[in-house]
Design a protein around this ligand. Structure first.
Ligand SMILES: Cc1ncc(COP(=O)(O)O)c(C=O)c1O
Length: 398
């Protein structure tokens, strides 16, 4: 007799479902909605990367398993990029591994540095997949509040450390707030990790996306940091490469055995054609992203100016990087309910801050990377109008 598998409790039950598909469904039900929800760029890969991928198809080696940590030519190209752009010298005691995106690198890192029951500190707001990965590994994400500008408070991070803490995570430039953490803050956090025997996991996937005077800083470049710093990078954003799934990480030599176990089990080796495209993309370098970042800077100005007009109904702290800002709305309405009404009644989608751990007040991530300027302008217009009519009506005594 054939038995069907019994539906039992799973480690996934307690993990928050990803919010983007939930909003996606609402958007599909409301044609004409402008989505300021998705964290992607509107441009594609460098043409040379696509040429390299096309050429790779004719090579039998493309279709075989290759080195687990990445093609030697890509690993070598990444090493040069890390030295030139990030001030990270692999020869000092760290190494790099190519993964299918930075999310996978984060998962590997969590497996490599924890035992079930350990804790990893996430400043709030955090990137939701980080919390999900930590919980899937049977660990606890410890949420620590940031200040009113979404900057980490080092004292609060220090106070959150327990004997079970294994790492502190920073995301700068930040998803979802757009905040860029100053070099001095990142140095303090890195030093705190060294002092307390913790890893500093630095997610730098938005490294090239900074505006005005804001400067990106890589904690892995600090002398001595190589022994306890894990740095995460991605081609998804800078090179419009999200679907090709290429990211990479830098980690201390002593974690190599553990990182390779995870890589071998989950991925075996990174997709070969994607890696050949990645070499060409890195050859194009940050100069490829520069004009798009300049364009995003002007879209950001437009977004921030429009949102500023909402005061005192809403406020938005400085957002000097990535392509997000995290808007605080002065209402007692439940954020998901308000997001739903914005879609259904005003045909504009934004992501509730609750998805990023902001459980006090009502906030929304506004993403402006995925659309042309005119569409963003139209979407922001709808958002401003929608918030005025819904939230102000809710504030009026009935
Ligand atoms: C902070 C952060 N880290 C990692 C990722 C995922 O990058 P990848 O596509 O390389 O997995 C994202 C994507 O939105 C992100 O915002």
């Amino acid at each position: 007799m054939v038995q069907t598998a019994r539906q039992t409790a799973s480690r996934m039950d307690a993990i928050q479902p990803p919010i983007i598909p939930v909003l996606g469904q609402l958007i599909r039900e409301t044609p004409g909605t402008i989505s300021l929800g998705q964290g992607v760029v509107h441009y594609g890969p460098p043409p040379a990367a696509l040429d390299a991928i096309r050429a790779a198809l004719a090579d039998p080696a493309t279709h075989e398993y290759q080195d687990g940590s990445g093609l030697p030519a890509l690993v070598e190209r990444i090493a040069r990029k890390l030295s030139a752009d990030n001030g990270i010298e692999l020869a000092r005691g760290s190494r790099t591994m190519v993964t299918a995106g930075a999310n996978m690198a984060f998962m590997h890192a969590v497996f490599a540095i924890t035992e079930p029951g350990d804790e990893i500190i996430l400043p709030v707001p955090f990137y939701f997949n980080h919390e999900m990965a930590i919980e899937m590994a049977g660990c606890r994400a410890v949420r620590v509040a940031t200040d009113e500008r979404y900057q980490p408070r080092v004292d609060a991070l220090r106070q959150a450390i327990t004997p079970r803490t294994r790492a502190i995570v920073t995301v700068s430039p930040n998803n979802p707030s757009g905040a860029v953490f100053p070099e001095s803050t990142l140095r303090e956090i890195n030093a705190l990790c060294a002092e307390r025997g913790l890893y500093h996991v630095a997610d730098e996937v938005y490294e090239y996306f900074t505006y005005g005077g804001a400067r990106h800083f890589s904690p892995g470049s600090i002398r001595g940091a190589e022994a306890h710093t894990i740095s995460l990078y991605s081609l998804s954003k800078a090179y419009g490469f999200a679907g090709w799934r290429v990211g990479y990480c830098v980690y201390p030599d002593h974690l190599d055995g553990a990182m390779m176990k995870s890589q071998d089990t989950i991925l075996v080796c990174p997709p070969v054609a994607s890696q050949l495209g990645a070499i060409a993309a890195l050859d194009a370098g940050r100069a490829y992203a520069a004009p798009y970042v300049a364009e995003l800077a002007s879209i950001r100005d437009l977004v921030l100016a429009a949102l500023a007009s909402l005061g005192p109904l809403a406020s938005v702290p400085a957002a000097d990087g990535a392509f997000y800002c995290l808007l605080r709305v002065n209402t007692s309405m439940e954020p998901l309910r308000l997001a739903e009404r914005l879609i259904r009644e005003h045909r504009v989608a934004v992501v509730p801050g609750t998805a990023f751990g902001v459980d006090r007040g009502c906030s929304f991530r506004v993403a402006y990377g995925a659309l042309q300027k005119e569409t963003v302008a139209e979407g922001i217009g709808r958002l401003v109008e929608g918030l005025r009519s819904i939230a102000e009506a809710a504030r009026r005594p009935s």
